[in-house]
Design a protein around this ligand. Structure first.
Ligand SMILES: Cc1cc2nc3c(=O)[nH]c(=O)nc-3n(C[C@H](O)[C@H](O)[C@H](O)COP(=O)(O)OP(=O)(O)OC[C@H]3O[C@@H](n4cnc5c(N)ncnc54)[C@H](O)[C@@H]3O)c2cc1C
Length: 428
């Protein structure tokens, strides 16, 4: 495998909305900017796939700006470790890269939160965003019966996308009670673009039952899911389905910030008003600082990019916008906070860590993530706790105490030969 090294003034991890905004802000000033993303094309989770621009003027605007701004893009490139204080180790299909930086912007986004219940490991029980990604990359769902369950506005967006592609969406089961969903709806009055978007989506979803205060408790089937059992806490009923798409919100990807020693509070990275973390020269923007949606990510990314480029005086005009999206973020998190009943939907033999086959009953014997890990290997499989870590946080209140490289799965060769390069490639 080949190896190469590049030096950047500003290096950005993540080419989602936050990373794109940071890259444009910095590169348009003339800085030497690099952007790295695991995925094969920029856009992050929301603008994933070839049809993103066709449907959304915002994504077309930002992706076009990124293409023109002069930042060097490394797609299909995974940041796996910190090699030295200001050098990242990156794995690609062609070989490894060493990327050095003067300022670093971490814009690593979020992933879905899965909660275990009997049958959740059956084929065709998948994440809401996961199913959306599969459909965007060509999975046919026309005529398929699909139950969409969990929490948050993503359920709505995905049900809409599935219906558009001909799926029969049996129902949307939202765990939050109607009162909180209504309050969230009224808060959209101060965000007309979001209000318009949700009204538009609701019109397209006419005929699909939207059940609030309702959640999945069981999935059953022989070779794949065939029936989902739902409850509203009083009665139970079943829905026949070919897919059960479940997502209980998002978990910020904070492994890389933790590796750098950035301070966290309440599971999110702490930043000052310029988006700088507790570690000098390291910035953070978008979902790792709190799950707040695409507009919040964009404005935080822009502030981080400008400040990292030495233009902090130009960021003040963006503070008002960010304040408004932070209010939206608070309303979102309050409305879709998870109910306590979800802590009891796993049975004793339900797997929580599916990489290492560790059940809910076994984990109940321990009092911390560390203890459970040492005794059961929970969180020590290929996903390194990225799935069960979020679940055990909700089920038992456990937090990951530390993160070890590699932060994402990587080849032994990448790690073994790291640091052998001395000569840097020039970017411009
Ligand atoms: C599965 C999923 C589906 C979603 N679908 C929608 C939707 O349909 N509509 C909607 O409004 N919102 C959706 N969202 C929410 C949306 O992603 C956010 O609101 C917003 O776009 C966040 O932007 P971001 O830049 O902070 O993060 P993201 O867009 O998530 O971008 C982060 C990027 O960082 C990259 N990354 C992370 N770690 C590394 C690493 N170690 N090395 C290299 N790259 C790395 C990721 O590959 C990703 O592309 C979805 C979220 C998820 C998780």
């Amino acid at each position: 495998m080949s190896k190469a090294r590049y030096d950047f003034e500003i290096l950005i991890v993540g080419a989602g909305p936050a990373g794109i905004a940071a890259a444009c802000a910095a590169a348009e000033i003339g800085k030497r900017v690099g952007v790295v993303d695991v995925v094969q094309a920029p856009g992050g989770q929301i603008w994933l796939g070839p049809d993103a621009c066709e449907h959304d003027r915002k994504s077309a605007k930002w992706l076009g700006r990124l293409e023109r701004c002069g930042a060097k893009l490394f797609c299909g490139a995974t940041v796996v470790a910190q090699l030295r204080e200001d050098v990242l180790l990156v794995e690609t299909d062609e070989g490894s890269l060493e990327l050095s930086w003067q300022k670093l912007v971490l814009a690593t986004g979020a992933r879905e939160l899965f909660l275990p219940f009997p049958g959740w490991t059956l084929p065709n029980v998948c994440g809401v965003g996961g199913l959306q990604a599969l459909v965007k990359s060509g999975l046919p769902v026309s005529g398929k019966k699909i139950v969409v369950a969990g929490s948050g506005p993503l359920l709505f967006a995905v049900a809409d996308a599935l219906k558009k592609r001909g799926a029969e969406v049996r129902c949307i089961a939202e765990q939050a009670p109607l009162s909180r969903v209504m309050r969230f709806g009224s808060s959209l009055l101060s965000h007309p673009s979001k209000l318009w978007q949700s009204l538009h989506t609701s019109t397209r979803l006419v005929g699909v039952p939207y059940r609030t205060g309702c959640w999945p408790v069981r999935a059953e089937g022989l070779k794949r899911v065939e029936i989902a059992t739902l409850t509203n806490g009083q009665k139970y009923w079943t829905e026949p389905c070919d897919y059960l798409a479940c997502g209980f919100g998002l978990v910020p990807n904070v492994e890389l910030p933790i590796l750098f020693g950035c301070a966290l509070r309440g599971g999110v990275v702490q930043v000052n008003e310029q988006q700088e973390t507790s570690v000098p020269r390291v910035f953070c923007a978008g979902e790792p600082t709190g799950v707040g949606g695409v507009d919040c990510a964009l404005v935080e990314g822009e502030i981080a990019g400008l400040t990292a480029s030495g233009k902090s005086t130009e960021t003040a005009v963006l503070f008002g916008q960010r304040r408004r999206w932070h209010a939206f973020r608070r309303a979102l998190n309050e409305a879709f906070r998870l109910r306590d009943e979800l802590k009891t939907i796993a049975a004793a033999d339900t797997l929580v860590c599916r990489c290492e086959d560790v059940s809910f009953g076994r984990l109940r014997e321990f009092s911390s993530w560390r203890e459970a890990k040492l005794q059961t290997r929970c969180g020590m499989g290929p996903c390194q706790g990225r799935i069960c870590g979020g679940a055990t946080h909700i089920l038992f209140g456990w937090d990951m105490e530390s993160v070890r490289p590699p932060v994402l799965p990587s080849c032994i060769e990448t790690l073994a030969t790291a640091g052998e390069l001395t000569e840097a490639k020039s970017v411009k």
